[in-house]
Ligand binder design. Structure first.
Ligand code: SAM
Length: 280
């Protein structure tokens, strides 16, 4: 196996620092540095970018990002056991890696990053979707990031890139495709991880568009598609009752038959509905 840096193999790092994987933290580690370098390459040209990484763990993807030439990496890790292993990487790449111990859901990384910024992560499954939705739904656009390169369970990755009418089409597809281009760039079998999870995984690459495909308020759109797909088998006039008593009027004004089901409705029509609701 080709060396990507002068640091010890990840299996040694894990053994030396006794990093037995914790299920509660969604820990499934990547140990093949050629694979982590390949994932890092999917993030695009990193040379002039700061990279935000969530959950570096023993540092496999972190080392991939640095070996692929990232200007700086800011890594946010919740598990303090990983910090000594990450400190060895910081020492090998002086001034290029900053590690923050903490919960990515609570930390604001922006004060430590300089644009342009890309995000790359083998996300902990328990917080991955929550983080993605946050990154996709800021009030203002473009967001702080240029691109997101994220590992998910394959099932979640397929929901992000799903087209209208498909069973997997829902809130994640709409929010991702509203203001970004999203595609699956790699698939990984369970054996790529230690310990092996029960499911396949996939890397999704999202590029932020300059402006949204259709105008809408992020909070209203997010609430509407959340409610619509929460009861996806119901007609929209029933599923969206929670949004307000005038929902049938809003649906008609947006050109959506109130008897339609959510998975038949296009992104453009959902954005029109969000505008109608915001106007009222
Ligand atoms: N990046 C490493 C790799 O590819 O081998 C580890 C990936 S592992 C799937 C997820 C990592 O996220 C773990 O190191 C875990 O401790 C960390 N983690 C879990 N929840 C977190 C949170 N809320 N904030 C930051 N890190 C978290």
């Amino acid at each position: 196996m080709a060396q990507i840096d002068g640091l010890p193999p990840l299996s040694d790092v894990i053994r030396n620092h006794e990093l037995s994987a914790k299920k509660s933290l969604g820990q499934n580690f990547l140990l093949d540095l050629n694979l982590t370098a390949k994932i890092a390459r999917q993030a695009g040209d990193l040379s002039g970018c700061d990279v935000l990484e969530v959950g570096p763990g023993p540092g496999g993807l972190t080392r991939g990002l640095l070996a692929e030439g990232a200007r700086r990496v800011l890594a946010v890790e919740k598990d303090p056991r990983c910090l000594p292993a990450l400190a060895e990487i910081t020492a090998a790449y002086p001034g290029q890696l900053q590690v923050i111990e903490g919960d990515a859901l609570e930390i604001n990384p922006l004060e430590h990053l300089t644009p342009p910024i890309r995000v790359a992560a083998n996300l902990p499954y328990n917080v991955g979707t929550e983080l993605l939705v946050r990154w996709l739904t800021p009030k203002d656009w473009p967001p702080f990031w240029q691109s997101l390169t994220l590992m998910f369970q394959r099932e979640v990755a397929e929901r992000i890139v799903a087209a209208p009418g498909s069973k997997k089409y829902g809130r994640l597809a709409l929010l991702a495709q509203w203001r970004a281009d999203a595609r699956i760039v790699m698939e990984l079998p369970p054996e790529a991880f230690v310990p092996a999870p029960k499911v396949h995984s996939a890397v999704v690459h999202l590029t932020a568009l300059e402006k949204p495909r259709f105008e809408a308020d992020a909070a209203v759109l997010s609430r509407v598609v959340g409610a619509a797909f929460n009861q996806r088998r119901k007609m929209l006039r029933a599923a969206l009752k929670v949004v307000g008593p005038e929902i049938e009027d809003h649906l008609r004004a947006a050109g959506i038959p109130p008897t339609e089901r959510a998975e038949q409705v296009s992104l453009e029509a959902f954005c029109a509905l969000a505008r109608e609701i915001a106007r009222s």
